[in-house]
Design a binder for this molecule. Sequence first.
Ligand SMILES: C[S@@+](CC[C@H](N)C(=O)[O-])C[C@H]1O[C@@H](n2cnc3c(N)ncnc32)[C@H](O)[C@@H]1O
Length: 280
Amino acid sequence: MQDDAGHSEQQDAYMHEYDGALTEQVIAGRTADVHGAFFLPYLRAGMDVLDCGCGPGSITVGLAEAVTPGSVTGIDLEESQLARAHETASGLGLANVTFETADVRDLPFEDGRFDAVFSHAMLEHLPDPVPVLVEMRRVLKPGGLAAIRCIDLDGTIIAPDDGRLAAGHELWRKYRQHCGGDAFMGRRLRALLREAGFARTVGTTSSETWATPERAQSMSSVMTDEFTGPKIAQAAIQMGWADQAELEAIAHALDDWGTHPDAFMAIVWGEAVGWKEQTC
Ligand SMILES: C[S@@+](CC[C@H](N)C(=O)[O-])C[C@H]1O[C@@H](n2cnc3c(N)ncnc32)[C@H](O)[C@@H]1O
C-alpha cells in the first residue's frame, strides 16, 4: 500500500547496506572539500560544529581540519560507521573530532551548544524532516547556522540508455520512498528550514559526475551491487515494481554502461544554509 507521496507501509528503514559497495566506494570517499563546499565558506577557526548522520566520517574529518583549533562532533545511529569514522580520524592524527552514537531526532546536547550544524545525505532518508531541523536549530547558538545537502533524483542524467537504466532509476526512486525517505528532497531544503524556524535561508545546487572509464566502471559495480542485493530486489518483487527478469535486465544494462566509452552520469544535490536569529 502506498500513500499519495509514494510512501508505503515500510517506513523509517535506512535504504543502504552499511557494508555494501555504495558505502565503501561512494559514501566513504566523500570529502569536505567537494561535498561540503557550500558550507566551508561559513566556517572559521575555533568554531564548534555538529555533523548529523556523519556515516563513515570522511566529510567530518575535513570539517574538523577547517575549524582547528575548534572541534567537530559527528553523530550517527550506526556503530559500524562510527567505528570507521574513529579509525579515519585517528589515522589522520586529528584530536579535535569526536564521534558519538545519537539519534538526530533527539540530540543529546544542551540548547545553544554549537556554532554550526551540518548534515549531508541524511535528511532525505527520514520520513519527518522538520522536527529534525527543529532539533538542529535548538542546539545552535543564536546567530548560528545549519547547512544541509540532499540529493534530488529529478536531477539525474544517465547516458547512453536504451530505457533499462531509466527503469532502474525509477525503481531506485520507488525504493527510497518505500523506506520512508524523499527522493526529491533537494528542492525542499529552504522550505523545510523555514518551517523549522530558521530566520534567513540561502539555497544552492551542485552536481556530481561519473564520466571517466574508472568512475563509470566503479559506479556501474556499485549500482549493480544495489540492484542485485537483497534490499532493493526483495522490495521490488514484493511490491510488484519489477520481476526477477527485469531486475536482471537492469543489472546487465548497468554492466554494459560501465564499460561503454561514452558512459556519462550526473546527479544534482540541493543545498541550503539557514541562520538561527540573533537574540538582543
Ligand atoms: C547516506 S549516509 C551519509 C553519511 C555521510 N553524511 C556522508 O554523506 O558521507 C546517511 C547516514 O545517516 C545515518 N542516519 C540515518 N538516520 C539517522 C538518525 N535518525 N540519527 C542519526 N543518524 C542517522 C545513517 O546511519 C547513515 O550513516
